[in-house]
Design a protein around this ligand. Structure first.
Ligand code: PLP
Length: 453
């Protein structure tokens, strides 16, 4: 659910902040500052940032090296328009991304948000087929229980009813296939006997629609905001990639949440040994120090565009601005220097282990899942029958609020399908968290679940 904060003028020139809709609690505090994994509010209360905000601040708050780079870049130049000049930080960041990403993901288009990165990826996919003379290949297939962004194109493909329903008249498409949600398999099957029916569903959809009409398939490797870290079974992505290849359909991985080391690999796709044709990055790319996101495109997708119209019909005023890209570059250097990708895998397995202990302890915890430092917990009213809580109870927000009272920030991530509550939270602390801090996070979550149950 989106958090809306507005400002209103109240008498004279006083600007007062107000909540258009208090989502989590009425007692909405102003934040004062942050350091490492901790946030401090105006009253000096300390919170452990157990979800890196919206799974964003992957290197923690107030990192001096990044602040120095921000200052240095601001002294040189903060903004230059991309069609007037190129700039060094943007070029270097594109070079570095080409080096650290798998396959031939060599072309970066920088934008300002994950939603824009997804929009850009979609436009590049459509343009690719146009440049090849295949004008009918325009449809994008996506899955239910997904979140690709809040702009109209990205929301059209997002399978999250609560986020969609107000804007349905503006949305020009909707998701087509089921997610790999083994905890409540849409076919009532069990892995591996299911033979990955949820993956095979893509081929059924392609045959119904006609491959000649489909430009691309888009998926989040681990479903985050709309699923609570739903992690697919082995073989699922390989099968999807094979199906896309067989039917000439591009594979777009939305790695806005999972990319840049969050899951213990530079891209989460690497866990399942596939290289997407186009990838959307955001969040961890600048780790929250500035708005920055990117659509990164493989050589073979760019080739007909480079040979054809030689331009991408997309871009925003702030695209590839030197201030943001300098931050992106500094964040990537920091991640590599401190080996945070492998640390994410190592500490992620400690985290998952500790969460599983809580699952044993509390009967409302139906499933614990995730990979690396992207983990989730789903809550149920009946652990054996996996029955969700009634939506009116609003359990997710209650847990998030209770955790906050206890000094722990977690991310609300209800699955929100078919009118069910699908209560879930994401636990995804900065990759820099120490083992001691991780234990503190677990203790606070333990305390919260004790109070809630
Ligand atoms: N894609 C995924 C997988 C996301 O998790 C999000 C945000 O949560 C987005 C896209 C949209 O990113 P932004 O909020 O930066 O527009």
């Amino acid at each position: 659910m989106a958090l809306l904060l507005g400002w209103r003028k109240e008498g004279g020139s006083v600007m007062k902040s107000f909540l258009i809709k208090p989502v989590l609690d009425e007692n909405y505090k102003k934040i004062s500052h942050g350091k490492g994994v901790f946030l401090y509010d105006e009253d000096g209360k300390r919170y452990i940032d157990g979800s890196s905000g919206a799974v964003t601040c992957s290197i923690g708050h107030g990192v001096e090296e990044i602040i120095e780079v921000m200052n240095e870049q601001a002294q040189k130049i903060s903004f230059v328009y991309r069609s007037h000049f190129t700039n060094e930080p943007a070029e270097k960041l594109a070079e570095e991304l080409a080096r650290v990403l798998p396959g031939s993901l060599n072309f970066s288009f920088f934008v300002n948000s994950g939603s824009e990165a997804v929009e850009t990826a979609l436009k590049v996919a459509l343009q690719y087929w146009q440049e090849k003379g295949q004008y009918r290949k325009t449809k994008i297939i996506s899955r239910w229980m997904s979140y690709h962004g809040i702009t109209i194109g990205s929301l059209s493909l997002s399978g999250h009813t609560d986020r969609r329903f107000r804007f349905v008249p503006l949305l020009d498409t909707s998701p087509t296939i089921h997610p790999p949600y083994c905890y409540r398999c849409p076919y009532d099957l069990t892995y591996p006997d299911c033979q990955l029916k949820c993956a095979a569903e893509l081929e059924v959809a392609i045959k119904r629609i006609g491959a000649d009409h489909i430009a691309a398939f888009i998926a989040e490797p681990v479903i985050g905001a709309a699923g609570g870290a739903i992690t697919p079974p082995h073989g699922y992505y390989q099968r999807l990639k094979e199906i896309c290849g067989k039917h000439n359909i591009l594979f777009i991985a939305d790695e806005v949440m999972t990319g840049i080391g969050r899951t213990g690999k530079m891209l989460a796709s690497e866990h399942w040994n596939f290289v997407p044709d186009i990838v959307a990055l955001g969040k961890g790319l600048s780790a929250g120090y500035t708005p920055l996101a990117a659509a990164v495109v493989s050589d073979h997708v760019m080739e007909p565009i480079v040979m054809g119209s030689k331009m991408i019909m997309s871009g925003h005023t702030y695209s590839a601005n030197p201030q943001s890209t300098a931050v992106g570059l500094a964040v990537l250097n920091y991640i590599e220097k401190n080996q945070l990708v492998s640390e994410s895998l190592r500490k992620g397995s400690i985290l998952l282990n500790e969460l599983r202990k809580l699952q044993v302890k509390y009967s409302i915890v139906g499933e614990v899942r995730g990979v690396g430092m992207l983990t989730g917990m789903e809550f149920v009213s009946d652990i054996f029958k996996r029955i969700p809580f009634r939506k009116e109870i609003n359990l997710t927000n209650f847990i998030v609020m209770k955790a906050k009272e206890n000094g722990l920030i977690v991310y609300p991530s209800s699955t929100g399908i078919e009118g069910d509550s699908g209560d879930a939270i994401l636990i995804a602390p900065p990759l820099t968290i120490t083992e001691e801090e991780l234990q503190l996070l677990i203790d606070l979550l333990d305390k919260t679940l004790y109070e809630v149950e």
